[in-house]
Ligand binder design. Structure first.
Ligand code: KG4
Ligand code: ZN
Length: 345
């Protein structure tokens, strides 16, 4: 079956067509279009919700059109899809409404089933998507999902498709949020995660010993706001030296990786999982992937490690369509409402 995915929870406007096979239960990416208003927000150092939503109103139809054109030639009006999937939360209310109301309208006029999808669960389903260059092997359950994005840092036990148990999450800043806020302190433009990763490659991760909050706590919670405060104090006290920026980025990145890896490994062992799944924008970080993978090997655990291809780590509609395929529960379009505060069911 072919599903049109629509994602507008933050500053991206994305539409994607995926093909799900009911025979071998795989999902293939057919097209994935992403338009981002991030350049506008880079000027202000963070997202201005009203501006994000106004851009999404402008781009939603062209983006959907482009997704159809790439998938089927120019057949936007012949709607050769079987269903529509849309992110209904969490996110910015104005942004969510653009995607949700567009999807509901298309479902009504095209008479197609519509599946509402939790954005956070969508990030985890990016692991199931096959692309031209990436075919994931079978993901066995129970699986442990580490969701690390700009808005969330959560550990989830996934027992089956659609069955999640939330084990813990951040008590304050998300991992990506901490990177973005620290980036701002260091004069980097928003969002700073990818730039911190680049700069960190030239730096020494042991140069500065910042606190590793909750690393040994007896739960699966995280806390990254103290790291931001420690860097702030450091930056105020020390004169800005060009050569220390790479060391600072490497040291900050290492704190976040150390905490994420330690807690993930602990949960994986306690819950005896067969797979570890990474998801969310911070999952694009190569060092995080390398260190998680090697910690599984070093601890001699027979756990398969999965991470989505880079372009499917950050927000995209393909992951929303994939989540809808594996959890196919259409509901009447008029019963779908955007929910900015949505967490896990
Ligand atoms: O999942 P996402 O696109 O949006 C949310 O749902 O929040 O994640 C965006 C976050 C930002 O905080 C960004 O700085 C971070 O992902 N990010 C990275 C990298 N690429 C994006 N963090 C670390 N390393 C990266 N390569
Ligand atoms: Zn996201």
């Amino acid at each position: 079956m072919k599903i049109l995915g629509i994602e507008t929870s933050c500053d991206e406007t994305s539409a994607s067509i995926i093909k799900g096979s009911r025979i071998d239960r795989t999902v293939k990416l057919i097209s994935n279009i992403i338009s981002s208003s991030v350049k506008i927000h880079a000027k202000t150092g963070g997202i201005i919700p009203e501006k994000a939503a106004r851009e999404q109103v402008k781009f939603i139809i062209p983006v959907i059109q482009e997704a159809f054109e790439q998938a089927f030639g120019s057949q936007f009006d012949t709607f050769p899809i079987d269903a529509i999937a849309v992110t209904f939360g969490p996110g910015l209310i104005g942004s969510l409404l653009v995607g949700v109301e567009t999807a509901k309208t298309l479902a009504y006029i095209w008479n197609k089933p519509i599946v509402p999808v939790n954005h956070l669960i969508g990030h985890i389903y990016a692991n199931w998507i096959s692309t031209m260059n990436h075919q994931p092997s079978t993901i066995n359950f129970p699986a442990l999902a580490l969701l690390v994005s700009g808005g969330h840092t959560d550990l989830l036990l996934m027992k089956q498709h659609g069955i999640f148990i939330w084990l813990g999450g951040t008590r304050d800043d998300a991992a990506g949020e901490a990177l973005d806020k620290i980036g701002r302190l260091l004069g980097l433009s928003y969002p700073a995660g990818a730039m911190i990763e680049q700069l960190a490659m030239q730096g020494n991760p042991k140069a500065y010993n910042f606190p590793r909050p909750l690393i040994d706590s007896n739960d699966f919670d995280f806390s990254f706001s103290g790291l931001k405060t420690a860097v702030k104090r450091f930056v105020i006290l020390r004169p800005k030296a060009e050569e220390s920026l790479a060391d600072l980025c490497a040291s900050v990145q290492q704190v976040i990786i150390d905490v994420l890896v330690k807690k993930t490994l602990k949960a994986a062992q306690i819950y005896k999982v067969k797979s570890i799944l990474l998801g969310g924008g911070v999952a694009a970080n190569e060092k995080l992937k390398i260190e998680l993978k090697s910690s599984i090997i070093n601890n001699k655990l027979s756990i398969k490690f999965f991470a989505p291809p880079k372009n499917l780590c950050t927000d995209n509609a393909a992951m929303i369509a994939a989540a809808a395929f594996y959890n196919y529960k259409p509901i009447p379009w008029h019963k779908i409402t955007a929910n900015p505060e949505l967490h896990f069911n």
